[in-house]
Design a protein around this ligand. Structure first.
Ligand SMILES: Cc1ncc(COP(=O)(O)O)c(C=O)c1O
Length: 463
């Protein structure tokens, strides 16, 4: 997260539209004691988002107690795909509360079975069994464990995991190691000798005129060869961990690259895990992101929008892999919590019955068309519009220095907040957008118009 400091309370133009309302100074003066309290009692690493105090959130809107209303382009952080405070989720949670069942550890309860059946039903055929956890980071570490157990079943030395530099798989130690980022991993003090990192196949590695015919499969093979020459034996590897798109910039892989990776994995008896924690459940216009690559993985990591609300994550795949750990050797205190399972069940029912995945594909086209039009207007500031479906990232560049435009991204996010639009502040050169999939077309278009206003004003102020 950047060190960008949001401005203190300032008078901003009043906003009153069907979907937005700004009727106070922003941030609200009366809300400052709450931020001061949080700064006093909570680790500062929690404090990178915009200074808005959420009172409640419904569908695609966020409300404070002062009468301000924002269009939400964040889904918190890609969680509320089925809309904030989804009525079906609330109803299921109420039922669970009224029954007086808040926790069971791994003792059985009926909602868990109902949810797991639904989960297996809505996922592809290779997803036969799941293991439930609480946070996404636990799910990715669990997938590493499963891939290693699988590899060691084939040969004891097969522990090597290949992941991608710059990827996000969570904040616990193993997940951080998957990221391969010396700048943020220094605190660990050592590197897992069995985690290897490939450079991410960023679109800017290849110039625009080379792009159409570029051989991404050969690119993958070259990267693997570099790894082999550095002393890594392919026979010591057990699996690939793939963030299904690189989060900060919603950067998809070239399909040919992933197809070659999966071919390689099959040839070398390695497993392939897609971390779908951010992109799963319709975000990209398909149920899961990996479907865009036309491959079949072995394991999926799920989280965030699995419940659309409460903390629950999962690893799902073939029974033979999920059942590798012995009874009791893979458990988690809060996983399979009845409330979380109830929320997840209702969430999945909602995603399927309201055809949110199809809707995401259609609205995603509108979102990307709008952003590409913005890029056409400001080509010197917008280097890329990336993502798929209802996730997008606008990558900014400083036209004078050619450096990443992180400051401008922060200023645009702040300006949008002042106008009643919330976007994900990445602290980097990207503005990230991911509205609830339920957002009406008119609100989506209104948000895009606000974003265009923000560009115009920030650019004018900068001159
Ligand atoms: C792709 C991906 N994997 C894993 C995680 C970690 O999930 P959690 O924060 O629930 O631990 C995230 C969170 O942002 C993510 O985007």
């Amino acid at each position: 997260m950047s060190g960008f400091n949001f401005s203190g309370p300032r008078k901003v133009p009043l906003v009153k539209t069907k979907y937005r309302r700004i009727k106070t100074e922003i941030p609200v003066k009366k809300s400052l004691p709450l931020f001061e309290g949080l700064s006093r009692y909570e680790a500062r690493s929690m404090h990178g988002q915009m200074p808005v105090v959420w009172d409640h959130a419904e569908d695609f809107q966020v409300f404070d107690i002062y009468g301000n209303v924002w269009i939400d382009f964040t889904s918190t952080i890609f969680v509320t795909n089925a809309g904030h405070s989804n009525p079906r989720i609330i109803k299921r949670l109420r039922k669970c509360l009224d029954k007086k069942l808040l926790h069971t550890y791994t003792f059985a309860h009926d909602v868990r079975l109902e949810f797991l059946k639904k989960l297996v039903e809505v996922t592809p055929a290779f997803c036969e069994k799941a293991f439930l956890l609480s946070a996404g980071t636990e799910a990715t570490e669990c997938a590493v464990k499963l891939m290693r157990l699988h590899g060691q079943m084939l040969a004891p030395q097969r522990k090597g995991i290949v992941s991608f530099k710059g990827s996000m798989h969570g904040r616990t130690m193993g997940a951080e190691m998957l990221k391969g980022s010396p700048a943020t991993n220094g605190w660990i003090g050592y590197a897992d000798p069995n985690i290897f990192h490939l450079p991410f196949p960023y679109p800017w590695l290849v110039s625009a005129d080379q792009q159409p015919g570029y051989d991404w499969a050969a690119h993958f093979r070259r990267d693997m060869e570099v790894l082999r020459k550095s002393g890594v034996a392919f026979g010591d590897m057990c699996g690939f961990m793939i963030e299904s798109y690189q989060g900060w910039g919603a950067i998809m892989y070239p399909p040919a690259y992933i197809q070659e990776l999966v071919r390689f994995a099959r040839e070398h008896h390695m497993l392939v895990t897609f971390d779908e924690i951010q992109g799963g459940f319709g975000r990209t216009g398909k149920m899961f992101v990996y479907e865009h690559y036309n491959v079949e993985p072995d394991l999926l990591c799920l989280g965030k929008s699995l419940t659309g609300s409460l903390p629950l994550s999962a690893v799902i795949g073939r029974a033979g892999i999920l059942d590798l750990p012995d009874v009791g050797s893979m458990s988690s205190t809060h996983s399979a919590n009845p409330l979380c399972c109830a929320a997840a069940l209702a969430n999945l029912e909602e995603i399927v019955s309201k055809k949110l995945v199809k809707g995401s594909e259609r609205k995603g086209r509108m979102l990307h068309q709008g952003l590409l039009a913005l890029q056409k207007r400001y080509p010197e500031y917008i280097s890329y519009v990336l993502g798929k479906g209802m996730v997008a990232a606008v990558l900014l560049v400083d036209p004078e220095t050619g450096e990443p435009g992180s400051l401008m991204a922060s200023r645009i996010c702040e300006k949008a907040m002042q106008k009643g639009l919330l976007m994900v502040h990445t602290g980097r050169e990207s503005i990230k957008i991911g509205p609830p999939l339920t957002i009406p077309d008119a609100a989506l278009n209104e948000g895009l118009a606000v974003l265009a206003e923000c560009f115009a004003e920030v650019i004018a102020e900068g001159k």
